[in-house]
Design a protein around this ligand. Structure first.
Ligand code: SF4
Length: 345
């Protein structure tokens, strides 16, 4: 959204005036007998707001599963390459829309030149993905963030010398301070789209806090065109968290805004289970609304009166509100379905 240059990944544009894109990474090895379930998962993530998904491409054996997934995926698919440049070329043959290479381990310049030529011939984008844990040799004794920036810029120059500009850059660190510093330095010197993320960020709660701090600050400074919230956990949580960061910053205007009360001694309605069960389903809806799940009938309706739809209750009894007005009284076991039906009416 904030770079001058734009990258094209299949039919998706990153950078320029395009919205900040949400990415995630599949967290298991590719298996030929699981492609159906992976394609289904991608469909769900796309509905929740995910714009592109990355897969580890660890050997040529990954090729057939990757190709099938890339061919059937509703969103662009990225191959994550470490060490072996031939795997990058293999992934390009197998329909990768974008390749991520790590300058810390991709090897000699002639090898990455081969990757760049293959990407150029096939209209594939490349992310220069630096990671503070696997940096190239620091023979000039540079500060880590300077080494990251200098390496990214020298790759960009080499790519441009071959006529390649379909590039995205990322400088990731597990330290939020380094992530902030490296990306600020990069932005001052580079017009290419920047992918943001805090790497090895931890569990869902911890990663969301760290990522919100680092990515939120950078996006507020107009740095970053695509983001990933790396979570030791589910890929759905990565997408939920990334979309919520963008929504909170006002960079994503559409989708369901889910609010729920923290609960207190008055709560008689199991909001925790209800929110857990409803969250993904609500985020998959193509609606621009606010939905509130509240823990008691005493204060819940009042506290949720700004919401388009609200659900609260007493024990097994649930009350569904539309625009602050009581709409229906239903049994707890039907409450979820009744809410979703009411939203879809
Ligand atoms: S809605 Fe009810 S349960 Fe929830 S925080 Fe308010 S008073 Fe407590």
């Amino acid at each position: 959204m904030f770079s001058t240059k734009v990258a094209k990944v299949r039919n998706l544009y990153i950078g320029g005036s395009f919205p900040v894109r949400v990415q995630t990474m599949y967290n298991s090895a590719l298996k030929s007998d699981e492609t159906d379930s992976v394609v289904k998962l991608i469909g769900k993530l796309a509905q929740m707001g995910c714009d592109l998904i990355r897969f580890s491409y660890t050997s040529k054996e990954d090729g057939s599963a990757f190709k099938e997934i890339a061919s059937r995926s509703v969103i662009p698919v990225v191959a994550d390459i470490h060490f072996d440049y031939l795997l990058a070329i293999d992934a390009i043959k197998n329909k990768a829309d974008k390749i991520r290479i790590n300058p810390g381990n991709i090897g000699a310049k002639w090898k990455r030149d081969e990757v760049v030529r293959a990407a150029l011939d096939n209209g594939v984008a490349i992310r220069i993905g630096l990671n503070s844990g696997s940096l190239p040799l620091n023979d000039k004794g540079l500060k880590k963030t300077d080494l990251m920036v200098e390496t990214a810029l020298s790759y960009i120059n080499d790519f441009e010398a071959l006529g390649f500009t379909n590039t995205v850059v990322s400088l990731k660190s597990s330290s939020t301070d380094e992530t902030l510093e490296a990306n600020r330095k990069l932005k001052a010197l580079c017009d290419y789209p920047i992918h943001l993320g805090v790497t090895e960020a931890g569990s869902s709660v911890i990663s969301s806090v760290r990522s919100t701090w680092a990515l939120g600050n950078l996006l507020n400074e107009k740095i970053g065109d695509t983001i990933r919230v790396s979570i030791t956990g589910s890929v759905s949580d990565e997408v939920i968290s990334a979309c919520e960061i963008l929504r909170t910053l006002g960079l994503k205007k559409t989708g369901v805004r889910l609010i729920s009360c923290p609960r207190c001694g008055r709560h008689t309605f199991d909001t925790e289970r209800m929110v857990k069960s409803l969250e993904e389903k609500l985020l998959m809806l193509d609606k621009d609304i606010t939905v509130a799940i509240m823990g008691c009938q005493v204060n819940g309706p009042g506290e949720a009166k700004e919401a388009d739809f609200a659900l609260t209750g007493i024990g097994r009894k649930a009350f569904l509100y539309k625009k602050g007005e009581l709409y229906k009284e239903v049994d707890y076991s039907n409450a979820e379905k009744e809410l979703l039906d009411a939203i879809q009416e």
